[in-house]
Design a protein around this ligand. Structure first.
Ligand code: ARG
Length: 588
C-alpha cells in the first residue's frame, strides 16, 4: 500500500532539509500539519520558523532555501511562502485523482496498518457484580469498544478485558443474605433466578445494617470465601452468573464486540500476597496505622505530607489498588502487554496515577510498556445535574435503551407519514432499534470524552447535526442513488477512473483521503470524537458536492466518476461508523 499523503509529503520535506542543510537534519520533523483554512491550501509546513532560530537566519530565507531543494511538483502546485515563513501546499487534482483511484479496490480505504503491531490491552466496561451497571459503565463500554475496534483495525493485537468487580467484602453480606432468603439455592442444581440483583443488594444491605448477628455472619462468610470454602464459592458463583446474564443483555443490545473477556478482580486474588511481598522486598512498604502502604511522590494531604497508597488494610485484607497492581504485573508478564488502556470515569484518575507510580517503582512496569488512563466525564440530565429518573432514582440502563428506541420509533413514524411512505412492521422495528441504540452510542462518542455531557434524546435523535441519525441517513441517501440509477457499484469499481473538476468534488476527495490520518490521531490520543467530527464533516462535504454536481444526469465519463465518488463516500461512512461500533442501514 502507498503511504498516506501526509507521510508522502513529509518524506519529500525531509529529503529537502537534508539537501539544503546537511545530514544533521535527517531526523528533523518537518512540522507538517493540515491547513487550518482551505484558503491557505491543504497542508502547511512550519519548520522554517523553528529552524531559523537554530540557523540564525530569517525564517523566510530558510523557507526559500527549503523550497529551492524541494522536489514536489508531482504532488502539489507551486508552494507559497506565507506570513513569517510558513510554507503552504495545495495538492494537485491529478495527484488526488491518482490517490482516490487507488482506494477504489482497497477494502481498507487507504487506512494504513501500524508499522509495528503492538500487544494492547483495553480494560473497559468493568461493572460490579450485584450492583447496578450505571451510565458510567455505559460510557466505559461504548468508548472502550470503539478504541478496541480502532486499534484492532490498525493491526494491533488487542485483548479486551472486563475487569468486573467480583471480589470484596460485600460478598460476605450477599452470600449470607442468599442463604437466608433462598435456603435451597445451594442445594438445587438448576441455575437460580435471583431476579433484580440491585434490589437483592439493597435488601441484603438492610439486613446487614439492622442485625448484628447477620453482620457477624457476613464477616465470617468473607473469610470462608477467601479461604476457598466450596459452599461459599458456589454461592458467590451464583451471584456472579446472575449479574453476568444481566450485563450480557446490555452488551448484546449495544452490539459490543463479542471478544470481551471477563477477567474480574477475583482472578488476581492468588497474586495479591506476592505483590505485597515484592513491594516489601523492594523496601517500598511502610506501616501506617496498622495498614501497609507505599508513600507516593507528588500526592500530599492538606498539610503537605506525602499520601500513602494502602495495599494491605489493617484487617489484613487487600483492596482495589492491590488488585490493580497484581493486574499490571500479570498483564505485563503473562499477557505480554505493551500498551494497557484503562477506560473509566475521570474520578479514578488519582487511583490510576498512584497505581502506575507504585508499579513503576516496584519494577512491575518496564519502560517499554505504556499505561494510559482514558478518563471520561459525567452523564448529566437536561437539568445539568447527574442523570436521574424523575423520581430521583438512578437510571436503569435497559430502560434507558428502551426509551431511546421508543423515541426513535416515534420520529420514524412521523417521518414516514410526512414522506407518505408505507413500511411494514419489520422495517419499522429494525430501523427504530438501530437508530435509537446508535444514537445513544454516537452521542457519547461524539463528545470530547473529557467533558461532561447532557443526555438528551431530542438532541441525539436529531436528523440535523453531529448525530447518529444524520450519519446513517447520509449513508442511506448515498445508497439510494445506486438504487435509483440501477447501479451495480461492485461492477463499477472494476475499471472506473476518477476525474475531479468542481471545487466541491475536490473538497470531498481530499476529505476522503484524510481517513488514515484521522484514525492514526485517534490511535494516539484515544479521542473517538475526532473520528465523529471527521464523519460529520464528510457528510456535509458530500451534501455540498451533491447539491452542486449532478450525478445520474451527467454524461460519461463524469457520471461514472461521480458515482464512484458517492460509493467511496458511502464506504468511508460505513467503515468509520463500524469502528465506532455502529452498523449502517441500507434504507431508513
Ligand atoms: N469496577 C470498577 C468500577 O466500577 C472499574 C474497574 C476499572 N478497571 C480497573 N482495572 N480498575 O468503577
Amino acid at each position: 500500500m502507498t503511504s498516506s499523503i501526509a507521510r508522502q509529503l513529509k518524506t519529500r520535506f525531509s529529503e529537502a532539509l537534508v539537501k539544503a542543510f546537511g545530514e544533521s537534519l535527517a531526523n528533523t520533523d518537518p512540522l507538517l500539519v493540515p491547513a487550518t483554512n482551505p484558503r491557505f491550501g491543504d497542508y502547511q509546513c512550519n519548520i522554517s520558523l523553528s529552524l531559523a532560530k537554530e540557523l540564525k537566519q530569517k525564517p523566510r530565507d530558510v523557507a526559500e532555501t527549503i523550497l529551492a531543494n524541494l522536489d514536489i511538483t508531482d504532488l502539489c502546485n507551486t508552494p507559497e511562502i506565507a506570513g513569517p515563513g510558513f510554507i503552504n501546499l495545495t495538492l494537485k487534482p491529478g495527484y488526488l485523482e491518482q490517490r482516490l483511484n487507488s482506494l477504489i479496490a482497497d477494502p481498507r480505504l487507504g487506512v494504513e496498518k501500524a508499522e509495528r503491531a503492538q500487544r494492547v490491552i483495553v480494560d473497559f466496561s468493568s461493572p460490579n457484580i450485584a450492583k447496578e451497571m450505571h451510565v458510567g459503565h455505559l460510557r466505559s463500554t461504548i468508548i472502550g469498544d470503539c478504541i478496541a475496534r480502532l486499534l484492532e483495525f490498525r493491526g494491533h493485537d488487542v485483548l479486551r478485558l472486563n475487569h468486573v468487580g467480583d471480589w470484596g467484602t460485600q460478598f460476605g453480606m450477599l452470600i449470607t443474605y442468599l442463604k437466608e432468603a433462598y435456603p435451597d439455592a445451594l442445594t438445587t442444581a438448576d441455575a437460580l433466578d435471583l431476579g433484580d440483583l440491585v434490589t437483592f443488594y439493597k435488601k441484603a444491605k438492610i439486613r446487614f445494617d439492622e442485625d448484628e448477628t447477620f453482620k457477624e455472619n457476613a464477616r465470617k462468610a468473607v473469610v470462608k470465601l477467601q479461604s476457598g470454602d466450596p459452599e461459599s464459592n458456589k454461592a458467590w458463583q451464583l451471584l456472579c452468573d446472575q449479574s453476568r446474564r444481566e450485563f450480557k443483555k446490555i452488551y448484546d443490545r449495544l452490539t459490543i464486540h463479542p471478544d470481551l473477556t471477563e477477567r474480574g478482580e477475583s482472578f488476581y486474588n492468588p497474586y495479591l500476597e506476592s505483590v505485597v511481598e515484592e513491594l516489601d522486598k523492594q523496601g517500598l512498604l511502610k506501616e501506617d496505622n496498622g495498614a501497609s502502604c507505599v508513600f507516593l511522590d507528588g500526592f500530599t494531604n492538606k498539610d503537605g505530607d506525602p499520601l500513602p497508597l494502602i495495599v494491605k488494610k489493617s484487617d489484613g485484607g487487600y483492596n482495589y489498588a492491590t488488585t490493580d497492581l497484581a493486574a499490571i504485573r500479570y498483564r505485563v508478564n503473562e499477557d505480554k502487554a505493551e500498551r494497557i488502556i484503562y477506560v473509566t470515569d475521570a474520578g479514578q484518575a488519582n487511583h490510576f496515577a498512584q497505581v502506575f507510580q507504585v508499579a513503576t517503582k516496584a519494577g512491575f512496569l518496564p519502560d517499554n510498556v505504556e499505561v494510559v488512563h482514558v478518563p471520561f466525564g459525567l452523564v448529566l440530565g437536561e437539568d445539568g445535574k447527574k442523570l436521574k429518573t424523575r423520581s430521583g432514582d438512578t437510571v436503569k440502563l435497559q430502560e434507558l435503551l428502551d426509551e431511546a428506541i421508543e423515541h426513535s420509533r416515534a420520529d420514524l413514524e412521523k417521518r414516514l407519514q410526512d414522506e407518505n411512505r408505507a413500511e411494514n412492521e419489520e422495517f419499522i422495528e429494525k430501523v427504530s432499534e438501530v437508530v435509537g441504540l446508535s444514537a445513544v452510542k454516537y452521542a457519547d462518542l461524539a463528545q470530547n470524552r473529557n467533558s461532561n455531557y447532557i443526555f438528551s434524546f431530542e438532541k441525539m435523535l436529531n436528523l440535523q447535526g453531529n448525530t447518529a441519525p444524520y450519519m446513517l441517513y447520509a449513508y442511506a441517501r448515498v445508497r439510494s442513488i445506486g438504487r435509483e440509477g440501477g447501479i451495480d457499484f461492485e461492477g463499477l469499481r472494476e475499471n472506473a477512473r476518477i476525474h475531479l473538476e468542481h471545487e466541491t468534488e475536490l473538497a470531498l476527495a481530499k476529505h476522503i483521503l484524510q481517513l488514515t490520518e484521522v484514525i492514526q490521531a485517534v490511535e494516539e490520543d484515544l479521542l473517538p470524537n475526532r473520528l465523529c467530527d471527521y464523519l460529520y464533516e464528510l457528510g456535509k462535504k458530500y451534501n455540498r458536492f451533491y447539491e452542486n454536481c449532478p450525478v445520474l444526469k451527467s454524461e460519461e465519463p463524469i457520471k461514472t466518476s461521480r458515482l464512484v465518488l458517492c460509493d467511496l463516500t458511502a464506504r468511508t461512512l460505513k467503515l468509520g461508523l463500524s469502528l465506532l461500533g455502529i452498523s449502517v442501514l441500507e434504507r431508513m
